[in-house]
Design a protein around this ligand. Sequence first.
Ligand SMILES: [Zn+2]
Length: 64
Amino acid sequence: MKACIKCREYAIIHAENSKNLEILKLFEGKHRGHTVVILDFDEVKGSFKNFQEEKSEKTSESAE
Ligand SMILES: [Zn+2]
C-alpha cells in the first residue's frame, strides 16, 4: 500500500481495480511533495489512518 509518512495516511493498492486507481490518484495529488512510500499493512496498521475511509465520508456531501 502507499503511505504518506508526513500525514500518516495510507491507500491500499488494487492494481486490477480501476476505481482504486482513481483513489490512488487522489492520494498522490493530496500528498504531492510529501514523503509517499510503499509499505506493508503490518507497517501501517495502528499508526496510519485509511485515506479511503476518510474520503467516503465526504463523497455524499460533494456531488461531482
Ligand atoms: Zn501527506
